[in-house]
Design a protein around this ligand. Structure first.
Ligand SMILES: *[C@@H]1O[C@H](CO)[C@@H](O)[C@H](O)[C@H]1NC(C)=O
Ligand SMILES: *[C@@H]1O[C@H](CO)[C@@H](O)[C@H](O)[C@H]1NC(C)=O
Length: 327
């Protein structure tokens, strides 16, 4: 009995010491929770977890979060999984703040409003809203406000575009947008992401890489890996790749028929200079003619061109300059 008491006191001490940078799952057991009955259908499992997996409607969740919360910093993780809830409205969470959001498998969830995560700006580091039906571009505004965010998973939703200047989260290291229906990626969409290591845009419907799409103001990471496999990319604008320095661009299984010197040459020059990673180009319908002579002429690019197979089944590296005319 006495032992238990000591533990409780120790916990309370740790807690009231206001350890505000406490990571997910490290909180004291029941702190901060509102009245259990009034909070239904949501459940508060101490400062580590709040879950609303039994919610049936958006308004039920809204009502739950109107309850009184002790003001103590942030909860660990908010979970909402496999519910029929259709919307995350602005300011849904009222006074409750979170380090992490996991809102997944909600097949009717199509809208995340632009202030959905209000209050969690100084805390949220991790957001997984994959496997829903989100189509509203306001989700990008909602996410962009979370300054401390390191990880975003928006996989397997119904997004059709990434807006211009979509992300402002400077700490971001990982973004996945794969398995959406994205047709266009806006200019400067990732501009401020100095710490980005992985951008996953696979399995979308992107047709064009437009100017300044991958313009990073500054990068502090060694490499940014940009995965664009399984899209419909047939065109790359002349200034689409100019902002890239040390990066890896994966373009397999697209609809590229050539590599225009105007769009790719300065990028290859940078890869050579920084000894970057190869552009991987497997499974594109390349037609190798005078337009790719600039590659055949300069062997220093060759190691950085991965799996570029031409219309005649040969690798670009096996061509001889004499085989290609001038354009
Ligand atoms: C996408 O989400 C749905 C619904 O949660 C799931 O059934 C499906 O397997 C997911 N697909 C992928 C590619 O993850
Ligand atoms: C080939 O490309 C390299 C790297 O960009 C460059 O330094 C060199 O001058 C080029 N050579 C020719 C013959 O154009």
């Amino acid at each position: 009995m006495k032992g238990l008491h000591l533990v409780t006191i120790a916990c309370m001490f740790l807690f009231t010491a206001g350890h505000r940078n406490m990571g997910p799952g490290q909180g004291a057991p029941t702190s901060g929770c509102p009245s259990e009955e009034l909070f239904l259908p949501c459940e508060c499992e101490g400062s580590a977890v709040i879950q609303c997996n039994k919610a049936k409607t958006t308004s039920e969740v809204v009502e739950s979060f109107k309850q009184k919360f002790e003001d103590f910093g942030a909860f660990g993780t908010f979970h909402m999984k496999n519910t029929p809830v259709s919307k995350i409205p602005s300011r849904l969470f009222g006074p409750a703040k979170f380090y992490s959001f996991r809102i997944t498998g909600n097949l009717n969830l199509n809208s995340v409003e632009d202030n959905a995560f209000a209050g969690s700006e100084p805390f949220a580091e991790h957001i997984d809203i994959s496997n829903n039906a989100i189509s509203s571009p306001s989700v990008f505004q909602a996410i962009s406000k979370l300054d401390q965010l390191k990880y975003i998973n928006l996989e397997n939703n119904s997004l059709t575009e990434v807006p211009n200047n979509a992300f402002g989260n400077q700490a971001l290291q990982f973004i996945s947008l794969r398995y959406n229906k994205i047709q266009s990626v806006g200019q400067y969409a990732f501009q401020h992401l100095a710490n980005l290591e992985r951008l996953d845009l696979r399995n979308n419907l992107i047709t064009l890489l437009q100017d300044n799409v991958f313009d990073f103001v500054k990068t502090t990471v060694d490499y940014t890996s940009i995965a664009l496999e399984n899209n419909k990319i047939s065109d790359v604008s002349n200034n689409a790749l100019v902002g890239l320095k040390r990066s890896e661009v994966l373009l397999s299984n697209n609809l590229l028929t050539t590599l225009k010197a105007e769009a790719f040459q300065s990028y290859f020059e940078k890869i050579v200079q920084f000894n970057g990673r190869a552009i991987v180009l497997k499974d594109n319908p390349f037609y190798c003619d005078c337009r790719v002579k600039w590659i055949v002429e300069n062997k220093s690019y060759w190691p950085y061109i991965g799996a570029m197979t031409c219309h005649d089944g040969r690798n670009i590296q096996s061509y001889k300059v004499e085989e290609l005319e001038d354009c």
